[in-house]
Design a protein around this ligand. Structure first.
Ligand code: SF4
Ligand code: SF4
Length: 372
């Protein structure tokens, strides 16, 4: 049984959010998890230097509401940490904290500037037997996963499970894409990483979400909800239905269900009536005409290999928008982008269609192209 707490919030007014978090945490009995001296880590979505109104990052006021509740409950050691896309250095983190509006949160929590990482073993891992995690994660006693609800060019949904990918330091994330170019393998890796990091509570910002070419290049979409659960897999399943997606079309969720890591029939809704997106969220242009999710597991890879030849999406550059900043080249796991004459140049051979380049482009200069 997974309790799904739902509280409607039409905007990011601080008092409203403080009250919402109190309702969520009382419903989930979070107080029973606290003890003197506990170290709490808040893991937001800090993907890129985008202002809160772009709806790409977790809103600072919801983070403040969580920190306020923790402090009122006697918790003193609260750290906010995430590894964004691109480089993971203290100056990069400082820049991001400023742009996304997290700097003022330093009166209620500590903004992480430690960019070390630790190898943590994952003995039951199918695709990875160990993961390198940013140091504040393994050092924490309790993790609050705070995703932003978004569509995603590669994984279709970005919520609680995908948010934990930010546990991997800096440019090791594109390496993971390169090691697992197939969406099923990549999604299984994400599920295993999420199980390893094991967020205790997932508090989701689903007030102003993102639809279309997420996780950074889409458009804001108002849903007006905050969600919380102690079961991140079940909550992501529920969130996918709110967006109007079939959760079985999200490889992470299909895999988690097949592995027995979530039971959709056992989700109990508590709190306000949920809001279902009508019309459904616009999906990213990369969303393939992919029917392989309905095939038996052993047929999916070969089917995708055949389909991929004709349906595989590739990045396409809008030269007029490109400013030659090189962020796409920096994040490309296949190293097939170079900068010439202040413009990005792509080599199609070797592209694994991960769309890290599109995710990191600050100018929305990269779109999606298909052969047909
Ligand atoms: S495509 Fe985007 S990320 Fe790449 S160099 Fe041009 S502006 Fe920068
Ligand atoms: S060019 Fe873009 S989509 Fe292709 S491998 Fe590089 S980052 Fe991924």
């Amino acid at each position: 049984m997974a309790i799904q707490s739902i509280v409607r919030c039409e905007n990011y007014d601080q008092e409203t959010l403080d009250a919402a978090v109190t309702r969520h945490f009382e419903t989930l009995n979070v107080k029973e998890l606290l003890h003197p001296g506990i170290r709490v880590l808040i893991k937001p979505n800090l993907i890129a230097p985008k202002k809160p109104e772009a709806a790409a990052t977790t809103h600072p006021n919801l983070i403040r509401a969580a920190a306020n509740w923790l402090r009122q409950s006697g918790v003193e050691n609260i750290v906010l940490a995430d590894s964004p896309g691109g480089l993971y250095t203290a100056p990069v983190l400082d820049h991001l904290y400023t742009v996304v509006g997290y700097q003022p949160l330093s009166d209620v929590l500590t903004l992480n500037r430690d960019v070390s990482f630790q190898s943590v073993s994952c003995p039951e891992g199918y695709v990875n037997r160990s993961f390198n995690l940013i140091s504040p994660l393994p050092q924490a006693d309790l993790i609050i996963d705070m995703p932003k609800l978004k569509t995603h060019a590669m994984t279709r949904l970005s919520a609680g499970i995908k948010n934990m990918f930010g546990s991997i330091p800096g440019l090791q994330k594109p390496e993971m894409h390169y090691r697992h170019p197939d969406i099923e393998d990549f999604s299984l890796m994400l599920c295993e990483l999420c199980r390893l990091t094991a967020p205790t509570v997932t508090l989701m910002d689903a007030i102003d979400c993102m639809e279309g070419d997420g996780p950074t290049g889409g458009n804001p979409r108002h849903l007006g909800l905050t969600l919380a659960s102690r079961d991140v897999f079940s909550q992501d399943w529920f969130a996918a239905t709110l967006c109007g997606m079939n959760p079985e079309d999200v490889a992470m969720l299909r895999i988690a269900k097949e592995k027995g890591w979530l039971q959709p029939d056992e989700i109990i809704q508590v709190g306000d009536e949920p809001v279902f997106a009508d019309p459904p969220f616009v999906l990213p242009k990369t969303s393939s005409i992919d029917f392989t999710g309905s095939l038996p597991a052993f047929l999916r890879k070969p089917a995708r290999a055949v389909m991929g030849k004709v349906l595989k999406p590739f990045p396409k550059l809008n030269k007029d928008r490109c400013v030659g900043c090189g962020k796409c080249a920096e994040s490309c796991p296949a190293h097939i982008i170079r900068i010439e004459n202040h413009k990005a140049v792509f080599t199609k051979k070797g592209c694994i269609s991960c769309f890290c380049c599109q995710e990191m482009c600050p100018m929305k200069a990269i779109s999606v192209k298909r052969h047909i």
